[in-house]
Design a protein around this ligand. Sequence first.
Ligand code: HEM
Length: 330
Amino acid sequence: MLLNKIPLLIKASLIISLPLITSPATASEKTIAELVDAVNGTPDTVSRDAGKKVKLRNHAKGFCTSGVFKPNPAINDTLTIPFLNQAEIDIIARFSLGGTNAHATDKTAGRFMSLKIDGDKESLNFVTSNAEVFFASNLDDFFTFQTKVKQGPEGKQWLIDNKPHAKAFFDYVKQLTPTASYANNRYFGVNSFLFTSKDGQSIPGRWIFEPVEGVIGASTTQLAKLSDDFLQDELTNRVENKPAKWDLFIQLAEAEDKINDPTIVWPQSRQRLLVGQVIINGSNDSANATQDCAKGIFNPLLLPKGIAPSNDPILNARTPAYIESFIRRN
Ligand code: HEM
């Protein structure tokens, strides 16, 4: 029985999310299965079955590592999130590229970071991208984007001509310089969450990870000297000498900011709260839980008390889609 192979946490999310897998997220929109087919490029039974055989998955090229999360004690003066009262919590991390190609070149600009932070009683996962802006604000546009980009230059041109959010995303990505290290990127949660303040208010905000070493793009000459597979070795070697660190902030929304639309970037001037620091040091890399990190899922809706999902339809489709993908690749 497949369910027996699924770790407990994932079983719990399965129970919450299974109805979404079989039915459309809203009456007019795509089903979760259709979204995963669009991501995987498997629109028919034959390609879907072939995909299952090779355990096709998005963000196929990546690796697992480990570290610790140190909450900023001062955050407890502003927010009521008991999870953040702990001094230090282990992290299992996965760094990846986008797409289903496990042999993609590292020389493109997209970089992704997923974190599992399992505290004493509760857990928090992050599933982030180095692009601050998303390409779709609803599931139909997500489906169209994924389908069209797989049609090559013509599909991309169609998106530029017909979908302003997709065009804005392409323009954003065009100005991103590939980095020589996963450590030299900002990472964004993109979707909004609701945080409980000290006085019990619900405050909308977004996760932003700022690299302590700064954002450093690679020069063309530097990139030319690198192979197509440098990112994993670079991070592994780097942390042997010095951990890779990010300060984790919540960017707070103001009254005029759109909460449920990840295609809208909020102004840089928005107030930020320092939540803590992510320290990737490889300390638990030999543990089975680290080595097997890609076998389970990272669940952006796995949240401790005091943090709730917003109503962003993109955010709320993610966990069911990850579970659908997990089931297909097992
Ligand atoms: C409707 C919206 C989305 C859908 C349908 C979707 C779909 C998927 C699927 C099917 C997977 C593979 C899951 C697995 O087999 O474990 C995946 C992984 C991933 N997605 Fe999404 N995604 C969505 C939005 C986003 C957004 C907004 C971000 C970034 C902010 C993101 C970042 C990632 C990352 C980093 C992974 C790899 C996780 C890992 O390291 O295992 N996705 N996504």
